[in-house]
Design a protein around this ligand. Structure first.
Ligand code: UDP
Length: 252
């Protein structure tokens, strides 16, 4: 069998050419990075959990009519996705102040925001993904006005969906990041949710205790990241609950 072609290797995933034109295989690594890759580690099982969780969220979104790149999960660490042109923006939606917004604006972490706030960062590691405004996006042509309308619409639908799914299992969705891609269908083009949705790209707090169940566990050295992600997966019914005897198998 011919060795498949690697298209791109990022911090947490590798993309390979897919089996059919217009498809890509997305491989989830165990690597964790934070602070623009200044902090790095390998967290055994993280890739397996994120592959499963991203499948769960993307499938749920498709079920309510939000288009995504997800086609199907292939195995423990890989999923088949639709190839698309990634818009060079990280789209962040916030329900509660935390992280960089709290630092930037001096708003205490945990403060409920009056409404969901959508922010954009330019995808550029060398510049540390700087925050940009719609003015910058329009002036530099990173996305059109129509794209921006579609992006806000998609982002808020994802927010409503994820907030509800999380609330049902006792988790508060504080904020999250998505990426959006463009696909062409005949004479038309449309935007779809791409990349991944996982605890790597969301802030998730236990409603009762405020316990962090997301990548802040790694960023802030709060304990085991695998345990936190496993807890999210188990609450959502994505991973079987162990009865204490054995942990779910996360390595392959
Ligand atoms: N986020 C992400 N990738 C990034 C930057 C942020 O997935 O490159 C997510 C992050 O996990 C959080 C949300 O976007 O859920 C908002 O992040 P923030 O701007 O507060 O940045 P941070 O404090 O993580 O540097």
């Amino acid at each position: 069998m011919a060795r498949r072609k690697k298209i791109y290797e990022g911090k947490a995933k590798i993309l390979y050419e897919g089996p059919e034109p217009g498809t890509i295989v997305q491989y989830f690594k165990d690597d964790a990075t934070a602070f623009n890759a200044q902090k790095k580690d390998v967290i055994e099982g993280k890739g397996v959990l994120n592959n499963r969780l991203s499948e769960f969220f993307m499938t749920g979104l498709a079920n309510i009519g939000v288009p995504t790149h997800f086609i199907r999960r292939l195995n423990m660490r890989e999923q088949l996705v639709r190839s698309c042109e990634i818009i060079p923006l990280e789209i962040i939606v916030r329900n509660t102040a935390a992280g960089s917004m709290s630092k930037r604006l001096g708003i205490e972490e945990g403060t409920q925001l009056p409404r969901p706030i959508v922010e954009y960062c330019l995808k550029n590691d060398e510049l540390g993904d700087p925050l940009v405004s719609e003015e910058h996006i329009a002036a530099f042509g990173w996305a059109s006005q129509q794209d921006m309308d579609d992006i806000v619409h998609l982002a808020l639908r994802v927010n409503d969906f994820l907030s509800g799914v999380m609330l049902a299992v006792g988790i508060k969705l504080v904020d999250f990041k998505i990426e959006v891609g463009r696909v062409y269908e005949g004479d038309f083009q449309r935007l779809i949710v791409a990349d991944e949705i996982s605890p790597d790209s969301c802030r998730l707090w236990d409603i009762e205790t405020g316990k962090h169940l997301d990548k802040d566990v790694f960023r802030r050295d709060l304990g085991s990241l695998t345990d936190a992600y496993t807890e999210v997966a188990q609450r959502l019914g994505v991973m079987p609950r162990s009865n204490g005897a054995t942990k779910p198998t996360l390595i392959n």
